[in-house]
Design a binder for this molecule. Structure first.
Ligand code: PPS
Ligand code: ADP
Length: 201
């Protein structure tokens, strides 16, 4: 379909991002978790959210449960759909960041170019990439949802790590090894990096 020129003229909002951040007492940030299925993205994001909540920081988790079952329920696991999945999540994450929230987005996001696009949407000063690294064999051993077994049996196609690629981050802000570090240690490592970035000048 040829793209028609749209006449969209954005409104300036009376209350700015800086105003909202001042009200919240901290900056808005996007904490982006990337890693294989079963690597520990949800587990670490949830524990991190609990620790941030206890410090009075405004957070929100975006993950498959609230995105792939709603906003992105029209998308499958083809490379094209994953790209569109991550683009939309980047845009939604950006709204949370503009609201002065610390958004915790936990998606496999296997393609480097898609993660870079999110960094561009949000701005590199507000985007922190967490590589939730865990060997495929360990993720498969955990098989939290029984999907690896199904993928090996050929019941699920395009499965990340088996029949679809995962491009590991080259320069993540935090590199976790969830097969070697406890979830508590993982959260401490992330907090050490993100807390200074949240401070209002
Ligand atoms: N083919 C295939 N490949 C990978 N994962 C699959 C697939 N089919 C279903 N699932 C389940 O969907 C979750 C991944 O969704 P994401 O939106 O994070 O994927 S992506 O970022 O668009 O690649 C993923 O959840 P997590 O285990 O939490 O990562 C899986 O449970
Ligand atoms: N250090 C760790 N960090 C995160 N998860 C861990 C860790 N060690 C073991 N696990 C286990 O690994 C599994 C990770 O599953 P999950 O968080 O759902 O992964 P993902 O969201 O990446 O699919 C959980 O069963 C969790 O208890």
């Amino acid at each position: 379909m040829a793209k028609e020129k749209l006449h969209i003229i954005p409104h300036d909002h009376d209350i700015s991002q800086a105003d909202r951040e001042k009200l919240n007492g901290h900056k808005g940030l996007l904490i982006w978790f990337t890693g294989l299925s079963g690597s520990g993205k949800s587990t670490v994001a949830n524990l991190l959210e609990r620790k941030l909540y206890e410090k009075g920081i405004h957070t929100f988790i975006l993950d498959g449960d609230n995105i792939r079952s709603g906003l992105n329920s029209d998308l499958d696991f083809s490379s094209e759909s994953r790209k569109e999945n991550i683009r939309r999540i980047g845009e939604v994450s950006n709204l949370f960041v503009n609201n002065g929230t610390v958004a915790l987005s936990a998606f496999i996001s296997p393609f480097r170019s898609d993660r870079d696009q999110v960094r561009n949407i949000v701005g590199s000063d507000r985007y922190l990439e967490i590589f939730v690294d865990c060997p495929l064999e360990v993720c498969e051993e955990r098989d939290v949802k029984g999907l690896y077994k199904k993928a090996r049996a050929g019941e699920i196609s395009n499965f990340t790590g088996i029949s679809s690629p995962f491009e590991a981050p080259e320069n993540p802000d935090v590199h976790l090894r969830t097969d070697k570090e406890s979830k508590e240690d993982c959260v401490t490592k992330i907090m050490d990096v993100i807390l200074p970035k949240m401070a209002l000048k």
